[in-house]
Design a binder for this molecule. Structure first.
Ligand SMILES: Cc1ncc(COP(=O)(O)O)c(C=O)c1O
Length: 412
């Protein structure tokens, strides 16, 4: 049993449930900070000038971002709204879009973000909006990896990145246009399987091949290497946690080998994790509202897929805890929400403690790519977010949407 997966702050959960209306997201500052430190320290140990970013899309709550910024992270933004939020919080970073308009690129360029272009054709937009001093390209190194097929972001089927055969032309053209400093970026998949320990080192090696080729053909020394996010997180109790130290060390080895092999000036290492920072620092907390004995047993809770759509979109597995005062027998049930879609099932056919109406159910690993993926299908307002601060106090960091919020943009 992986303790990282099954952990939850029971006392705080009980306190929050007795004080606030369910369902809600509950985040723990302590865990969030620990995750930031584990990640940053691992790379700091092997790289003098490591530059960590946090993928805003994983959790764009401003209070969460403030903590992560306080831990020394800048931001990876992917939309004008994410850039807007970062500007409010006084932080910049790198902008990685795909199929991005010139207007959006200009928005990010004007706000302390290094542009990371997804295609050589984006250079035309720079003619319109002005050429930045520093520019990066997202490269599709031809291979990708992820726990789920939908989260493979590189390889022939992926819509992202400059195919590596075109990389040299992209850098050459950018140099001709007046770019002075260059970065290279990859994001080959989200939640890369934890057991594939050498994966990042392998991809970094591929990137160095491109860095060397670019130098040979254009004279450009690439100065920033962003190895993306995608660091795997255990969702199941039988899965291991990623050993960040080991991973950072394996990247260090490749840096040393490749810089020597190609006589390169070492680029500054950058990474932009989301999930590994935020996922296990958050829980979706719901209450059992209906229990149905049908062809099988369904336990209906007051949260739905609109709150946390990962299971409904990807069939993603999330560990579930049922809080019982006295542990009793287990039974096989499915934990479901109230949306009119049959994929609104947080857990299918799971062995869980026998539930009663009024029991508290926790959906684990709901701190990253959870609330941020939520939606309003079926007219479901999204629910509140609370933070367990380091001093143990619990405070609301986002109010629940109201029905009126849902109709603010139409005339009635
Ligand atoms: C460009 C980019 N960077 C970083 C991330 C963060 O990935 P993860 O949360 O798996 O670390 C994503 C996730 O989709 C992404 O698209």
């Amino acid at each position: 049993m992986n303790k990282d997966v099954i952990y939850y702050p029971r006392k705080s959960v009980e306190k929050a449930v007795s004080a606030y209306e369910t369902p809600f997201f509950l985040y723990e500052e302590k865990r969030l900070r620990e995750n930031c430190r584990r990640f940053k320290n691992a790379f700091d140990k092997y790289f003098d000038d490591f530059w960590p970013l946090f993928a805003v899309k994983a959790n764009p709550n401003p209070e969460i971002l403030k903590i992560i910024i306080d831990e020394g992270f800048a931001m990876d933004a992917s939309s004008e709204a994410e850039v807007w939020l970062c500007e409010k919080l006084g932080v910049g970073g790198m902008y990685t879009g795909n199929y991005t308009t010139a207007k959006t690129l200009a928005y990010a360029k004007d706000r302390d973000f290094i542009l990371n272009l997804d295609d050589i054709t984006n250079l035309e937009a720079l003619e319109e909006i002005g050429v930045p001093e520093t520019l990066s390209f997202r490269i599709n190194p031809g291979v990708g990896n992820a726990t789920m097929e939908n989260n493979v972001f590189a390889g022939p089927d992926a819509k992202y990145g400059v195919p590596f055969e075109k990389a040299v032309s992209a850098y050459k053209k950018a140099k001709e246009m007046g770019v002075k400093k260059f970065g290279i970026h990859m994001m080959t998949g989200s939640n890369v399987p934890i057991d594939e320990k050498d994966y990042f080192a392998l991809i970094v090696e591929k990137l160095f091949n491109i860095v060397a080729e670019v130098k040979k053909e254009t004279g450009i020394e690439i100065e920033i290497m962003n190895i993306g996010g995608g660091f795997g997180v255990p969702y199941r109790p039988e899965e291991n946690s990623l050993d960040m130290e080991e991973l950072a060390q394996s990247v260090r080895v490749v840096f040393d080998e490749q810089c020597k092999k190609y006589d390169l000036k070492e680029p500054r290492l950058m990474a932009e994790p989301g999930r590994i920072i935020a996922a296990d620092a958050g829980w979706l907390v719901g209450l059992v509202v209906v229990i149905k004995d049908s062809y099988k047993k369904f336990v209906g809770i007051d949260a739905s897929a609109n709150d946390m759509p990962r299971p409904s979109i990807y069939g993603a597995y999330h560990y579930v805890s049922v809080l019982k005062k006295i542990p009793g027998e287990n039974e096989t049930v499915s934990i479901v929400g109230s949306i009119c879609e049959n994929n609104d099932q947080f857990a299918k056919n799971r062995q869980l403690p026998k539930c009663e109406v009024g029991d508290i159910v926790l959906i684990h690993n709901s701190g990253g790519h959870a609330f941020s993926m939520g939606h309003n299908y079926n007219g479901k307002p999204r629910h509140a977010e609370y933070l367990i601060a380091d001093n143990g106090e619990i405070r609301q960091i986002r109010r629940a949407e109201t029905i009126e919020d849902l109709y603010k943009t139409v005339k009635l």
